[in-house]
Design a protein around this ligand. Structure first.
Ligand code: DON
Length: 324
């Protein structure tokens, strides 16, 4: 049976984004992250959505330009950076690309799979990915590489939210345990404390829904940033990072999320969610209150609503293209 073909216009995408915003703007539910003190005090009413199309057109509604903590979404660019430096197979070998089915900060996941931290998109693998970043042994050089890579992916140079960084550094005991367990297992490739600090700092970077939508669009466009018109990374790495986003983007809720939304997406406890529709668009939503797994309640609802209105699902057999 032939797959159905349908074109989708930027006007339809704009309408779907606006409808989701209007429908959900007064929706409540969830709770700001409180294990990182700074995040507990962010305005829970903030809500923004942004979509970036292959022609570089960015559609934004609500608080799409408000800065918030990138948190776990920062695992995505640094996974890409590690792949740019070590290749897709190098990262598979040194970190892994498996789902854990467990919470993002699970020590149990690491104990169960001590030979590999599983994926650069969970805390253990993300700290390992930071340890891989070149130049090994040089904290300043590594930090510059992390920030430069994000700047290329979003088109905007991110700044650390110093209050968030201080707040997170003062409370990151669980992540410190992970860093030292990685050391015990021979699965960290630079100094554990330095790797942990780089990870904490990248989580504390400020971002916006708009920036995340551009990053997502760069992944959806095989590494070509449609806003800056630059090829940021090798096209062959795009499906690799999208596969990681697909398998572990919502941690222990990833299967439920994919089943409901049909969209590979990655969340952060700052309230951001980045979604990748390969070949079509990048999308992001931001709303601070989270469910128990640490995923933004309203951002999930918004992205599901948009996918539903557009009739999109990455697992569906229809062939779609954005045109017009
Ligand atoms: O390491 C942490 O716990 C935070 N810096 C990031 C966690 C996070 O964003 C999980 N995502 N939903």
């Amino acid at each position: 049976m032939a797959a159905s073909h349908r074109n989708i216009s930027s006007a339809e995408i704009r309408a779907a984004v606006e409808h989701a915003y209007e429908k959900l703007r007064d929706t409540t539910g969830g709770k700001n992250a409180d294990y990182i003190p700074y995040l507990a005090n962010v305005d829970p009413k903030l809500f923004g959505i942004s979509a970036c199309l292959p022609d570089g057109n960015v559609i934004s509604v609500g608080d799409a330009d408000v800065t918030f903590g990138m948190e776990s979404v920062s695992k995505v660019p640094t996974a890409i950076l590690a792949m740019r430096e070590y290749g897709a197979l190098g990262v598979l070998d040194k970190v892994g690309a498996d789902a854990t089915g467990l919470p993002f900060n699970s020590i149990m996941a690491l104990l169960l799979e001590k030979d590999r931290p599983s994926s650069p998109l969970v805390n253990a693998g993300a700290i390992a990915a930071c340890s891989l970043v070149e130049p090994v042994g040089d904290a300043d050089g590594k930090w510059k590489a992390i920030v430069d890579n994000i700047t290329e992916l979003t088109g905007t140079k991110p700044e650390v939210i110093q209050e968030l960084y201080a707040s997170e550094s003062a409370t990151d005991f669980n992540n410190r345990s992970i860093a030292w367990l990685l050391k015990d297992y021979g699965r960290i490739y630079d100094d554990p404390e330095m790797s942990l600090d780089l990870y904490t700092r990248q989580c504390s970077l400020g971002t916006t829904a708009r920036d995340l939508a551009v990053m997502a669009a760069t992944i959806a466009n095989d590494g070509f940033n449609p806003v800056t018109d630059k090829q940021v990374f090798d096209p062959e790495l795009a499906p690799k990072v999208t596969s990681m986003i697909t398998t572990v983007g919502f941690y222990e809720r990833t299967g439920d999320w994919l089943y409901k939304s049909g969209l590979p997406a990655k969340s952060g406890v700052g309230g951001g969610v980045l979604g990748v529709m390969p070949g079509m668009f990048g999308i992001a939503a931001f709303s601070p209150p989270l469910d128990e797994a640490g995923n933004s309640v309203k951002a999930q609802l918004a992205l599901m609503q948009i996918m539903d209105e557009l009739g999109l699902n990455i697992f569906a057999a229809s062939r779609l293209c954005v045109c017009g």
